[in-house]
Ligand binder design. Structure first.
Ligand code: ES4
Ligand code: ZN
Length: 324
């Protein structure tokens, strides 16, 4: 079964590239850039990764990315991840990146995007791994800041496959970002949003009604609203579920308690993703594997979930045909 999961061509639709920063690379970049870290060793970093909730993770996640300063750093970050992902059978990666978390440290948008885009091009050539870029806005920052970032990204609009919405969900409903998402829609840029991870099902409804998203990231709390579940099923709205993330951030207590079986039973269009693999203790293989073990999934179920991701990925028809 482990080999089957590795060989299964997997597309990853929900990954924060800054959350793929392994402690080893964190130390290497800290040294290269003369950045001080509050840790003495790689082991100490890993030991610090015990989270109570989304916010306690985000605090370390924003701290960890302080080592990323140059386009080369972003290139190395993404290439490092692509190589690991490719080795476990990932054929396509859609990466969220958080420009505001870099702009606030004086790192220009062009540095981030050009470094990431160069890695995307090399991965396509060297690893036969395709990718897409999702520029995410931090929902706990003001909406007008997000709007300014979207405008500043004008030279890169063509390179963006979508915009997204992430960071601390409580108290920051999708409605806060209506204008930003309307602007992206007018520009012809697709939209996705995190909703219903820690936040209530009403945030999922808002993301559909007000942000006109084509995917919901997480969305697991939809089960608390049966009418919403019906709507998501009828729309066949993709949910990018991140099982190990939900365990690490205590959205659920144990993998066995994860609502994936109920979500499947409800006929929803689901995909399995790793979210922040360096922080949550596993990539795509481990996420598929943990679910397979916990729920006794058949090969057919695994194939179906992997196909879903390829079906709804941001990729051209030729690439999709190649992968299906
Ligand atoms: C995130 Cl797990 C998660 N949720 C919301 N925002 C995020 N940014 C990075 N990882
Ligand atoms: Zn996420």
């Amino acid at each position: 079964m482990q080999d089957f999961i590795t060989r299964l061509p997997k597309a990853e639709l929900h990954l924060h590239i800054e959350g793929s920063l392994e402690p080893e690379l964190m130390f290497a970049l800290a040294e290269r850039n003369g950045v001080a870290l509050p840790y003495a060793s790689v082991e100490e970093v890993r030991a610090a990764y015990q989270f109570d909730d989304l916010q306690s993770f985000l605090d370390l996640y924003y701290q960890g990315m302080s080592v990323l300063r140059t386009a080369e750093d972003f290139f190395d970050l993404a290439m490092d991840y692509f190589r690991r992902a490719s080795a476990e059978g990932v054929v396509h990666v859609e990466l969220h990146f958080d420009p505001q978390a870099h702009l606030s440290r004086g790192i220009e948008l062009g540095v981030v995007i050009e470094g990431l885009a160069r890695a995307c091009r090399l991965a396509r050539r060297e690893l036969d791994l395709s990718s897409a870029l999702i520029m995410a806005f931090l929902r706990d920052r003001p909406a007008d800041e997000a709007m300014q970032v979207l405008e500043r990204a004008a030279p890169y609009w063509e390179m963006l496959d979508a915009i997204g919405l992430d960071s601390a969900e409580h108290g920051h409903p999708p409605e806060k970002f209506v204008e930003v998402f309307e602007r992206a829609r007018a520009l012809g840029i697709a939209r996705v949003a995190h909703a219903g991870e820690e936040g209530p099902p009403a945030y999922i409804t808002q993301a559909l009604d007000l942000l006109d998203v084509c995917r919901i990231d997480h969305g697991v709390r939809c089960l608390e609203d049966p009418a919403l579940v019906t709507r998501l099923r009828e729309l066949q709205m993709p949910l990018t579920v991140c099982p190990l993330s939900n365990v690490k951030l205590k959205v659920v207590e144990r993998i066995d308690d994860h609502p994936l079986p109920q979500l499947l039973e409800a006929g929803l269009l689901l995909t399995i993703n790793s979210d922040d693999p360096a922080y949550f203790g596993g990539g795509m293989h481990d996420n598929f594997s943990a679910c397979q073990r916990a729920f006794g999934w058949s090969e057919a179920t695994l194939v179906g979930l992997a196909r879903n991701a390829i079906d709804v990925a941001f990729m051209d028809d030729a690439r999709r045909a190649e992968l299906l």
